[in-house]
Design a protein around this ligand. Structure first.
Ligand code: BEZ
Length: 219
């Protein structure tokens, strides 16, 4: 379903929606959302502005942990409402000052097209800068998890990676993740859907049960 533009701001994409398609210019050339590899996850994230302190720490976080995203079969895609020239200058500056290289595409969303399409422009926070959004998009191009942070609070890279791994583990094993789940912890076995399954669960000693509706197991 397409997002509609009202008063210059789009409706917000929601979990479960198809990721809206777009074409954009990035630091690695032109891209189209629909052209991303069909077997890859995408973590798309916006930052308010190049050459700003919190954004520099966050982008450096994505860059230094890129191998962990690679290992989770995931492409990184950054965005801000800045020009390609600003992006290139910032990437070069951060590399010169810190040795960290932003080796993933960053969209130059100077016309705010993508920011509006994805609800990243939240005018009561800023009319000119995208908020700190993270969209987790699965290989079928469905939006699976969304984070929005304000301009003055940086995100948590451990939580971004944990969320990605939780989504992928849930999909792979048909289980759900409890509070604070991390790789190696017990997962939640789906609750029974009928009396027959409930009786089977009550008789099942293979998982740790609080009661028939709350059961956990190691994968
Ligand atoms: C920052 O990244 O430090 C920042 C960017 C825009 C507004 C406020 C802070």
């Amino acid at each position: 379903m397409e997002n509609t533009i009202e008063n210059g701001v789009t409706s917000m994409p929601r979990i479960g929606d198809e990721a809206p398609d777009f074409k954009a210019k990035t630091t690695k050339g032109d891209i189209q959302m629909a052209d991303f590899a069909k077997d890859k996850w995408i973590v798309m994230f916006s930052h308010p502005a190049d050459f700003t302190p919190v954004c520099t720490t966050e982008m450096s976080g994505f860059a230094t942990r890129k191998e962990e995203f690679d290992a989770l079969n995931t492409e990184l895609l950054g965005l801000s409402i800045d020009s390609i020239h600003a992006h290139l200058g910032w990437v070069a500056n951060v590399r010169e000052k810190t040795g960290v290289y932003f080796d993933f595409p960053i969209i130059a969303d100077i016309d705010m097209k993508v920011s509006k399409l994805y609800g990243m422009l939240q005018p009561n926070e800023s009319e000119t800068a995208a908020v700190r959004a993270v969209f987790f998009i699965d290989p079928k191009k469905k939006i699976r998890l969304i984070m929005y942070y304000p301009l003055n609070v940086g995100r948590n890279m451990d939580e971004i990676l944990r969320s990605l791994e939780a989504l992928q583990t849930s999909d792979k094993h048909g289980v759900a993740m409890p509070l604070d789940w991390k790789k190696g912890d017990k997962v939640i076995v789906p609750p029974p859907k009928n009396l027959e399954e409930m009786e089977a669960r009550i008789a099942d000693d293979s998982c740790e049960k609080v009661d028939f509706y709350l059961a956990k197991k190691f994968l």
